[in-house]
Design a protein around this ligand. Structure first.
Ligand SMILES: [Zn+2]
Length: 170
């Protein structure tokens, strides 16, 4: 089975794809739409013409699955819509028995992908931990596992996102 590498906009803006010429790549059209600079667009066009990069759209059902996973990890608040589409495409491929690795430098993308059970790769280095978030009040220290809470129920201060627990990624 071939390994497919799902790349986000941050990775497509670097020369990571050129440094790893043997990797088959895939991404979504919403990720491609985020790329505005000419050299990166040319690099993407060349990857497509070499059949190294496939651009696919994703079914809504997988978007919903990623949204619910990201709600559990607390990453939903910081994931962009293209990020969610990319993760959904990864899940779609994974569920049809394609081995996928999500390539990103974005901690929220990597954390959610890992939580779902996907392989992850951070070109900027190794991600040592995955994170579940809680909200903590910077004024009184009250914390909430419900990441939809905006203001502290004790004192009304705006809650801040903090890592709740760290588990080592094997
Ligand atoms: Zn408080």
């Amino acid at each position: 089975m071939d390994q497919l590498f799902l790349v986000d906009a941050g990775v497509l803006l670097t020369n990571w794809t050129q440094k790893n010429p043997e990797y088959p790549l895939a991404t979504t059209s919403t990720i491609i739409d985020e790329i505005k600079n000419r050299p990166s667009i040319q690099r993407i066009e060349s990857l497509i013409s070499l059949d190294r990069l496939v651009i696919e759209d994703v079914d809504e059902i997988w978007i919903q699955e990623v949204r619910s996973a990201a709600t559990e990890t607390g990453d939903i608040a910081v994931l962009s819509s293209p990020d969610i589409d990319l993760l959904a495409l990864a899940v779609q491929k994974f569920r049809s028995n394609v081995e996928v690795t999500v390539v990103s430098t974005d901690m929220a993308v990597l954390n959610t992908a890992h939580f779902i059970g996907l392989e992850i790769l951070n070109p900027r280095g190794n991600m040592k931990h995955d994170i579940r978030w809680i909200l903590k009040c910077p004024a009184c220290g009250n914390s909430s596992a419900n990441i939809d809470v905006v203001e502290c129920i004790v004192c009304g201060t705006e809650m801040k996102r903090r890592p709740a627990s760290r588990r080592r990624i094997k």
